[in-house]
Ligand binder design. Sequence first.
Ligand SMILES: [Ca+2]
Ligand SMILES: [Ca+2]
Length: 239
Amino acid sequence: MNKFIISVVFIVVSMVVLRVSGNELIVNKYYKPNNCEGKRLSKSGDLLSVHYVGSISESSETGEHGKVFDSSLTRNAPFEFPLGVGRVIKGWDEGMLDMCVGEKRLLQIPPDKGYGDRGAGKDIPGGATLKFDVELFDIKDAPPQPNIFDELDANGDLTITLEEMEQWFLAKRQITGSQVTTAFDSEDKDEDGFVTWDEFSGPKGTQAYVDAQTAKINAINLSEEKSNTIGEADKHSEL
Ligand SMILES: [Ca+2]
Ligand SMILES: [Ca+2]
């Protein structure tokens, strides 16, 4: 697998490095097909088909540098996933936007856009920076995804409380008691007692859902402010 990585690194046709700052996602667009211009580009909600090799980055603070932990090549089948809906790690959702079929990228993914402090499996320890060599094979329209976040967030305030999660599981008759608490704790990454949309790792719609929901919340707040003001005015008129 290392051979594969080394060979693609040397067949560098074009190199565009997007650096944001320090511990951020780095997207190295090292190969673009000639006919990429004007073609369909991957966007949030699309169903992507990719080949990938995942390894521990040379810049990682933990783990064995260069260690390949997963590869679709060994399975000989591209991996399919909906982009931008929280079904894969953030580094993928953000690092594979605006790609055309045939394009190849190297993603360097910091822990907070990868597997965080918990890690995953024996080869990805907590705090690991990951490197993914990805090639896009196909873009399709994704079937509509369920928005489990929205189902969980019963009062629509864009945060999930333990109580909301308990109610949801109660209705689904899936898990109860301490199992729900465990599920909740694993989602509430900053342990503040609320699961935000960013924290939630399940199917949760796209940014458009968050924007629409935020607009609703703002509208409600505004009308509450108004009725409070009217209430105040009434009080004064009584005086
Ligand atoms: Ca809520
Ligand atoms: Ca939280």
